[in-house]
Design a protein around this ligand. Structure first.
Ligand code: AHR
Length: 672
């Protein structure tokens, strides 16, 4: 019996957790004495290729409350009441009231259920209504204007008004309120604003909608938005977007991941149901087991790209869902191929002359986006039917016929066509990342197919990576960067985790995620800062390098269990503990030398730079370091580990530097 992909993911996450928690399976033995000090040679007169301008990008999906409860500005949880078909989840009543789901009074075919509030006992001194506590709280900030909107209708006889308010969870403090009147027997949308005064920031709050007039009222799409990044309507949370903007990512891979595929066909990312009016989007269940309203749909992915000047890397549904449902290549697959072509047209089509380009413009994005990469499916190595080769060929041919300039990415090896890129995914321990950090040096350079490292992460630390995670990531990034003539695009995954409730079934479905947040605050992990350092400090030319006397440590790989049986421990291995790569900016001559010391001791290194004229004695160094492998950032200590930049001297063609324990350093050397 094959394990389903979800079981495998959960299992590997659990195994990783066990190994780390038990602390028995991963053995760090002392580094062997490094004598003499390692020598790192940079051959500035030999370039091995160009650094791909799209090497570093972003990827996440609807997992860990990444969008709803994360990046998406919406503050109301279950705004469309579709999170459950038999109870009104995440809502409660206020005062003497009753509420229920009502499928007999739908807003429309997409939002085909509503919340029915029975406020028969409402009176002047006893308001009755509904309340929503958001995604583990509603952030209240001082002097902030919130946009409220909702659809409502009332049964005959109601002639009162509604009061919308942001109040504390105990209802005792009211931060802002507004009256809405005119609710009639027909569905209508109501909008108002709520403005806070000089209050202290807090998150243990709720939105209430109450009335003091008796009656029955139905609600749909109850929404509360704080100010968003770039003031975009239906836009993104500012602090999280700023953390991403600071990384200067070149592209965004979307919509997933598993989220693209869904557990079943009817739970895939069905892009046409995620465009247009928000009230026309039915929403769907995410494979990570919670409801998505699809308020963060295809147009919102494009807005996110526009805000951060990222190129989209568009993954199209390829006829395979996670629970192994698939469509055979041939006529049955054709509707999905056409769906993908229409999606490409939505992203790139001219607003005046194409159907889907016009829809994109209507959705607020008049300018077509530049698209170079389209990925067919996700992790299709899980499809044991063998259908991917044929499915890929059908998509590849149709995409190339209509869009010959697009680069088509395969998610696993195929024989039928030669993909432009192959998407590889690596989720590993620190030691595994170090062990494999030189893998790309050995890849053939004669293949047409280049590499998209579309999901990678050192899965150490939860909910966000610790210093060990950052060191494993940095070792891996030196390998990708040194080989970025081949690894054209890469992105860490997942990007986000809501850290509010880390219990099973809570806000985290996948441990080790780059950026953590609750309703009010956010922080970047050490791995976030390592990535930011790499992305913002590199040249366009890859310089040849060599090394001697790299220190190693003995690593005992963990013993595994297979089919419930303990397997013998694999042989111990020697793994490198110092990693580096060098790139140069061809315009300024600046050399960026990245240095990773995974040892817990300071490590002197001799640096020799051949073939560069006039290396300045002065330069800068940016260092990220931790006190221990477990050292990390959190909501409470968001900037415990951050990079520090300082001026250095004593640089030249030959010099020695001592790398701090557990550190990632970038030296910027000026040459003429
Ligand atoms: O990033 C989390 C998941 O890992 C992705 O959804 C999937 O593609 C991979 O298995």
């Amino acid at each position: 019996m094959h394990l389903s992909k979800i079981t495998r993911n959960t299992l590997s996450a659990r195994l990783a957790m066990l190994f780390i928690a038990a602390g028995t399976q991963v053995t760090h033995l002392p580094a062997q004495t490094a004598n003499p000090a390692p020598t790192l040679q940079i051959k500035a007169d030999q370039t091995t290729g160009k650094v791909s301008p799209t090497l570093y990008g972003l990827m996440t999906e609807e997992i860990n409350f990444s969008y709803e409860g994360g990046l998406y500005g919406e503050l109301i949880r279950n705004r469309t009441f579709k999170a459950s078909t038999n109870q009104v989840r995440f809502w409660k009543t206020v005062g003497d009231a009753e509420m229920s789901l009502d499928t007999g009074t739908p807003l429309n075919d997409a939002l085909n259920v509503s919340l029915k509030l029975d406020a028969a006992k409402a009176a002047k001194n006893s308001p009755a209504g509904i309340a929503n506590g958001g995604y583990w709280g509603i952030p209240v900030k001082p002097r902030t204007t919130y946009q409220v909107s909702f659809y409502a209708k009332a049964a005959n006889g109601f002639n009162g008004s509604l009061t919308v308010a942001i109040v504390t969870a105990d209802g005792k403090t009211n931060f802002a309120s507004a009256k809405v009147s005119g609710v009639t027997g027909d569905w209508k949308q109501f909008k108002t604003t709520l403005k806070t005064k000089s209050v202290s920031p807090s998150k243990d709050n709720q939105l209430t909608i109450t009335t003091t007039s008796p009656g029955i009222i139905w609600f749909q799409q109850v929404s509360l938005f704080p100010p968003t990044y770039n003031d975009r309507a239906n836009g993104n949370r500012s602090d999280l977007t700023q953390l991403l903007a600071d990384m200067h990512p070149a592209f965004l891979r979307f919509p997933g991941g598993n989220y693209l595929e869904g557990d079943y066909f009817n739970e895939r990312f069905d892009w046409k149901k995620t465009v247009g009016d928000l009230a026309a989007r039915p929403g769907h269940r995410s494979p990570w087991n919670y409801w998505s309203t699809d308020g963060f749909g295809l147009p919102e992915f494009l807005g996110w790209c526009e805000d951060l000047k990222m190129e989209p890397v568009l993954a199209v549904f390829a006829g395979y869902a996670l629970r192994h449902d698939y469509v055979k290549p041939g006529p049955e697959l054709e509707p999905y191929v056409q769906e993908a072509l229409a999606e490409i047209e939505y992203v790139t089509g001219d607003a005046a002359t194409t159907k889907w380009g016009a829809q994109r413009a209507k959705d607020g994005h008049p300018t077509p986006l530049k698209l170079r990469y389209v990925e067919v499916g996700n992790e299709d190595w899980f499809d044991r039917s063998g259908s991917y080769d044929g499915r890929f060929a059908q998509f590849y041919d149709a995409i190339k016929a209509k869009y010959p300039d697009l680069q088509v990415i395969a998610t696993t090896k195929v024989n039928s066509r030669t993909p432009d890129l192959l998407d590889e995914h690596y989720y590993r321990s620190q030691e595994e990342m170090e062990l494999h950090a030189l893998d790309y040096d050995k890849y053939s350079r004669t293949n047409h197919t280049k590499i998209f490292c579309g999901e990678w992460a050192t899965r150490v630390g939860a909910p966000t990576p610790n210093m060990a995670g950052a060191l494993g990531d940095a070792a891996w990034m030196t390998g990708m960067e040194r080989n970025s003539d081949l690894v054209l695009i890469s992105c860490y995954a997942p990007l986000f985790v809501n850290v509010s409730d880390l219990r099973a079934g809570g806000s985290m479905q996948w441990r080790t995620d780059l950026i953590g947040y609750d309703a009010l605050s956010s922080y970047g992990s050490p791995a976030y800062y390592a990535q930011k350092m790499f992305i913002t400090h590199h040249g366009d030319e890859i310089l040849a390098t060599d090394s001697q006397n790299i220190p190693t440590a003995t690593w005992q790989p963990p013993a595994r269990r297979r089919n419930g049986v303990d397997q013998p421990a694999p042989a111990a291995q020697q793994i490198r503990k110092v990693f580096f790569d060098a790139t140069r900016d061809s315009k300024s001559g600046t050399i960026f030398l990245k240095l990773v010391n995974s040892l817990g001791t300071a490590q002197p290194v001799n640096i020799e730079i051949a073939g560069a004229s006039d290396i300045s004695n002065q330069g800068t160094i940016t260092v990220l370091k931790g006190e221990s492998l477990d050292d990390t950032n959190s909501i409470q200590a968001p900037e415990k580990i951050v990079p520090v930049t300082e001026k250095v001297s004593g640089l030249g063609a030959n010099f020695t530097r001592t790398l701090p324990p557990y550190s990632i350093s970038i030296l910027e050397l000026k040459t003429k």
